[in-house]
Design a protein around this ligand. Structure first.
Ligand SMILES: Cc1cc2nc3c(=O)[nH]c(=O)nc-3n(C[C@H](O)[C@H](O)[C@H](O)COP(=O)(O)O)c2cc1C
Length: 174
């Protein structure tokens, strides 16, 4: 499949079938994340993989209202970084998220971005503190987002090239 076809097919998937996510596919998704470009090549990120159903259930409370796609997921990948390491940590983490999300779709899995930075958990705590309590990363590390990943129960329609808003593109001047 051409890369643009893969990109057109990519959609956010929030409901999953109960089957586990195969280990090799999960590893390929992680590798896709680790290929990511980063400002000055610093790669300030770390990835935390969660497959334990109880932990996934707890993570679902990371947002208000609860993010049930985490409770129903086969796996979740939290992307954290040390902001002291790079002023572009948000952009760097976002690229990791985007690459992993795209790879998940390419492998026939469903996945969705769960925003964590600047968000509030179901219990009123910051999502930052809530997720740190569960995953145990140190104070200097900040969370950007979590990717929920699961087997497909269904897939929204792919985009067509005709759907692309080419009017958003400006040449030479705005
Ligand atoms: C920065 C960012 C944050 C997002 N946060 C969430 C989120 O917290 N919860 C959610 O269900 N989807 C989230 N999404 C997914 C978007 O809702 C989704 O990409 C958008 O609705 C377009 O749908 P598509 O991904 O199927 O094209 C996020 C996407 C991005 C890029």
């Amino acid at each position: 499949m051409e890369l643009l076809d893969t990109m057109l097919r990519r959609r956010s998937v929030r409901k999953y079938a109960p089957e586990k996510v195969e280990k090799d596919k999960l590893e390929t998704i992680l590798k896709a994340g680790l290929t990511s470009a980063s400002g000055r090549g610093i790669r300030p990120w770390e990835l935390i993989v969660v497959e334990d159903p109880e932990t996934l259930q707890k993570l679902a409370g990371c947002r208000e209202p609860e993010k049930n796609m985490l409770a129903g997921a086969g796996a979740a990948i939290a992307v954290i970084a040390d902001p002291e390491k790079s002023s572009t940590w948000v952009e760097d983490c976002s690229i990791v998220m985007a690459n992993m999300h795209l790879m998940a779709d390419h492998l026939g899995l469903g996945s969705c971005w769960v925003q964590c930075r600047m968000r509030t958990a179901h219990n009123g705590q910051s999502t930052e503190d809530y997720v740190r309590c569960i995953l145990g990363y140190p104070e200097n590390m900040k969370i950007e987002a979590i990717l929920s990943v699961g087997s497909l129960a269904g897939h929204p329609d792919p985009y067509n090239e005709e759907d692309l808003r080419m009017d958003k593109v400006h040449y030479e001047t705005y």
